[in-house]
Design a protein around this ligand. Structure first.
Ligand code: HEM
Ligand SMILES: N/C(=N/c1cccc(CO[C@@H]2CCNC2)c1)c1cccs1
Length: 357
C-alpha cells in the first residue's frame, strides 16, 4: 500500500502544482498512518483528483475529454443503509438536473484492513428488471440474475418490460437491504422518430442517466468498493445495443417490418437500415426531452481532442480499441484507424466479484 500511496501522492500533487516540501510532508504523514493503522485516509482534494484521474485512465471510455469536470461527493462518513440510500437519491437528483446531466461520483467508505465496508449490488442505480417467462424474457435480460436476487429478498416486480429495480445496499457484516427509488426522481425518455409516426406505438422508453454502481475505484492502494459514477449516454449504447441485441430488447425485426423493408435476404441490409433509424430515434427523443446525449461521431471527435490535450500535457494516452470504437459505423471515426496501448494505469475503475450469483 505504501508504494502505491507514494506513487499516487507524487503524481497527484505534481498535477495540482504543489511544492516538493508539501509532497514530502504528506508522504511522511501517510507513512506514519500506515505504520500505525495499516491504512491511510485521503484528503478530500486527493479523493477528488484521484477520482478524476481514474476517469482519465479508463481505457474503454470514449467520453474522457471531460475528466476534469467530474463532481465528487464525499460520503465516506456514512454508516447505515438508510443514510447511504439517501445519499444515492441525492446523487440521482444532482446528476439528472432536469435533463442537463452533470457527471458525478459519490464515494463511500473504502476497504479497511481487508474488510469491505459498503457494497451496492446494482450494476447501475437505475436499470430495468428482467424475468424469464414461459414464452421468453420480460424486460432487460441483462438483469435476470439481479432481479432474482431482489425477489428473493422480498421485492416484487410488476413484470412490465420497464420495471425499475430497487437499490440494494450492503454494509459490513450484515445482510443486504433493498429500497424502492421514488418514481419522481427517475427521468425517462419516450422514444419517437422524427419522420415515422408509428415508431411511438412500439412504446419504447429508456432512462436518462446511466450510473454505474458495481465497479471499484482504486486510488493509491485504497479500494473504494462503492463509488457510483454517472455520465450521459452515447446514443449507440441504447440504440445499437440495449434495444438492438437479439438477446436484449431485440427490436430490429419489428422496426424493419414497420418500415416495410424486404427482410427475405441479408443483402437488402434491412437490419442495418432499421438500426440507423432506431439510433436516429434515440437521438431525436433525448434532444426533444432536453436530456443530454452524444452521438457517436461527436463523441469520437471529443475523444480526438482528449488525445491531443493529453499529448500537450505530456501524458501517455492508453485505450482499449475494441471498446473505444462505436458499434455503429466504427470505420467512419478516427479511432478505428489507429492503435491504442491498453496497459492499466491507476487510479482507475475495476470490475469486482459480484456479491450475488
Ligand atoms: C460524460 C459522458 C460519458 C460518456 C458519453 C461515456 C461513454 C462511455 C461509453 C460509450 C462506454 C462503453 C460502454 C459500453 O460499451 O458498455 C464507456 C465506458 C466506460 N466509462 Fe465512460 N462515458 C462518460 C463518462 C464517464 C464517467 C464520468 C466515468 C467515471 C468517472 C466513466 C468511466 C467509464 C468506465 C470505467 C468505462 C468502462 C466500463 C467497463 O469496462 O465495463 N465514463 N464510457
Ligand atoms: N455512458 C455510459 N456508459 C457506460 C459506461 C460504463 C459502463 C457501461 C455499461 O457497461 C456494461 C458492462 C459491459 N457492457 C455494458 C456503460 C456511462 C455510465 C456511467 C458513466 S458514463
Amino acid at each position: 500500500m505504501w508504494k502505491e500511496a507514494e506513487i499516487f501522492i507524487r503524481n497527484c500533487y505534481n498535477e495540482l502544482g504543489k511544492s516538493a516540501a508539501e509532497i514530502e510532508r504528506r508522504l511522511r504523514e501517510i507513512k506514519k498512518e500506515i505504520a500505525a493503522t495499516g491504512f491511510y485516509k485521503h484528503s478530500y482534494e486527493e479523493l477528488e483528483h484521484g477520482a478524476r484521474m481514474a476517469w482519465r485512465n479508463s481505457n474503454r471510455c470514449i467520453g474522457r475529454l471531460f475528466w476534469q469536470t467530474l463532481h465528487v461527493f464525499d460520503a465516506r462518513h456514512l454508516e447505515t443503509e438508510e443514510e447511504i440510500f439517501e445519499s444515492l437519491l441525492q446523487h440521482i437528483e444532482f446528476a439528472t438536473n432536469k435533463g442537463k446531466i452533470r457527471p458525478a461520483i459519490t464515494v463511500f467508505k473504502p476497504v479497511e484492513n481487508g474488510v469491505e465496508n459498503v457494497r451496492i449490488w446494482n450494476h447501475q442505480l437505475i436499470r430495468y428488471a428482467g424475468y424469464e417467462a414461459e414464452h421468453g424474457v420480460i424486460g432487460d435480460s441483462s438483469s435476470i440474475s439481479f432481479t432474482k436476487a431482489c425477489e428473493q429478498m422480498g421485492w416484487k416486480g410488476e413484470r412490465t418490460h420497464f420495471d425499475i429495480l430497487p437499490l440494494v445496499i450492503q454494509v459490513k457484516g450484515k445482510e443486504p437491504k433493498w429500497f424502492e427509488i421514488p418514481k419522481e426522481l427517475i427521468l425517462e425518455v419516450p422514444i419517437e422518430h422524427p419522420q415515422f409516426s408509428w415508431f411511438q406505438d412500439l412504446q419504447l422508453k429508456w432512462y436518462a442517466v446511466p450510473i454505474i454502481s458495481d465497479m471499484c475505484l482504486e486510488i493509491g492502494g485504497i479500494r473504494y468498493t462503492a463509488a457510483p459514477f454517472n455520465g450521459w449516454y452515447m446514443e449507440t449504447e441504447i440504440g445499437a445495443r440495449n434495444f438492438a441485441d437479439d438477446y436484449r430488447y431485440n427490436m430490429l425485426p419489428k422496426i424493419a417490418s414497420c418500415m416495410g423493408l424486404d427482410m427475405s435476404t441479408n443483402a437488402t441490409l434491412w437490419k442495418d437500415k432499421a438500426l440507423i433509424e432506431l439510433n436516429i430515434a434515440v437521438l431525436h427523443s433525448y434532444k426533444k426531452a432536453g436530456v443530454s446525449i452524444v452521438d457517436h461521431h461527436t463523441a469520437a471527435q471529443q475523444f480526438k481532442l482528449f488525445e491531443q490535450k493529453e499529448q500537450q500535457a505530456c501524458r501517455h494516452v492508453t485505450g482499449d480499441w475494441t471498446w473505444l470504437i462505436p458499434p455503429v459505423s466504427p470505420a467512419t471515426t478516427h479511432i478505428f484507424h489507429k492503435n491504442y496501448d491498453n496497459i492499466t494505469v491507476t487510479p482507475n475503475y475495476f470490475y469486482q466479484e459480484r456479491p450475488y450469483e
